[in-house]
Design a protein around this ligand. Structure first.
Ligand code: HEC
Length: 109
């Protein structure tokens, strides 16, 4: 017979990652840094331009509406692919608030 604790553990381990527990900083490093750089500046470790926009430009970012940034992330924009298969709308909002805005404010993620 399976114990109550073991049953609970089993139930939780099969739950999908929810928006609350997902690490969006890690997601940025995995999926966005290839074009926007690990620090969001659009430059790689060697300083070479990668092709993505400089997201760490505080004055530019301050002028952007959250809804517009979220739409670009989900639908794509220019050379950037959309991420609506990988991110929920709530996660895209969190990514802007918790990853992009702090990156621009501190110039590092
Ligand atoms: C294949 C390269 C590439 C990847 C991967 C990529 N981007 Fe971009 N991103 C770009 C380019 C190029 C632009 C400039 C698009 C334009 O304005 O024409 C851009 C623009 C943006 C903008 C500004 C949009 C606007 O409305 O002006 C945001 C925000 C952004 N990217 C966030 C992200 C995030 C978050 C990820 C990861 C989930 C990501 N990007 C992944 C290339 C990329």
């Amino acid at each position: 017979m399976i114990s109550r604790a073991a049953a609970l553990l089993l139930a939780f381990s099969t739950l999908p990652l929810t928006a609350e527990v997902r690490d969006l900083k890690a997601f940025f490093q995995e999926r966005c840094a290839v074009c926007h750089g690990p620090d969001g500046t659009g430059r790689g470790a060697s300083g070479a331009r990668l092709g993505g926009r400089n997201l760490a430009e505080a004055r530019w970012l301050a002028r952007q509406e959250e809804a517009g940034l979220v739409a670009s992330i989900l639908k794509g924009r220019g050379a950037m692919p959309g991420f609506r298969r990988q991110l929920s709308e709530a996660e895209a909002h969190r990514l802007v608030k918790e990853v992009l805005r702090p990156v621009a404010a501190r110039k590092r993620p």
